[in-house]
Ligand binder design. Structure first.
Ligand SMILES: [Cu+2]
Length: 207
């Protein structure tokens, strides 16, 4: 998650670091106050109880929380898939306990790959996620945030990979005894090789 491999994951990572430094700053501030309180209590007594409550309980949160909230909202908005002509559509179906992937734009109905999702590098991909039984969650930490796989409902997650390679994914919602083994792989092929690679992967899977 902290080693992002695409634009969506980059946003998540930036938000994580912003939250981390925000929290680290507050933690350091509280520790400094604690140290002063134990060593030089008179320094702090100069402020009335009321001033401490107003400064620490109102002013400080008002300075810290709104910027983090706004930043989180902006990042969330950017992670939302917007219509674009270049987007490739794939389908991810979760069920206890494996992921299957279909390619409605590239392959005939029913052709699916198991536990390996093939995508082209350098191109946005909308993953249409659903479940055939309980709630699962589709998560490729280096590519994007998590998205729930819900029975009877399709959620769409935009992913994009900058470089060809192999990216590990997991089910991020406890879904039963073998939840921990419900992992998968995203294989990103160079754009020009994608059609061939997918055809090879699908060979023999068409019913
Ligand atoms: Cu699951």
């Amino acid at each position: 998650m902290l080693d992002p491999a695409g634009p969506a994951a980059q946003h998540v990572s930036s938000l994580w670091w912003a939250m981390f430094f925000g929290a680290a700053f507050l933690f350091a501030l509280v520790m400094v106050l604690l140290a002063i309180a134990t060593r030089r209590p008179r320094l702090l007594a100069a402020w009335s109880e009321r001033s401490w409550l107003v400064a620490g309980g109102l002013v400080l949160p008002a300075l810290v929380l709104p910027p983090l909230t706004v930043y989180g909202l902006v990042i969330g908005e950017r992670a939302t898939p917007v219509a674009s002509a270049d987007v490739l559509r794939v389908e991810a179906v979760g069920r206890r306990w494996l992921w299957e992937f279909a390619y409605p734009e590239q392959a005939p109905e029913g052709a699916r790959t198991r536990t390996v999702l093939h995508i082209p590098a350098g191109r946005p991909v909308d993953v249409h996620i659903r479940s055939e039984d309980v709630i699962h969650s589709f998560w490729v930490p280096r590519l994007a945030g998590k998205m729930d796989a819900i029975p009877g409902h399709v959620n769409v997650l935009r992913i994009q990979v900058d470089q060809p390679g192999v990216y590990r994914g997991v089910c991020a919602e406890f879904c039963g005894l073998e939840h921990a083994t419900m992992s998968f792989i995203v294989r990103a092929h160079p754009g020009g090789d994608y059609a061939n690679a997918l055809r090879e992967a699908l060979e023999g899977t068409t019913p």
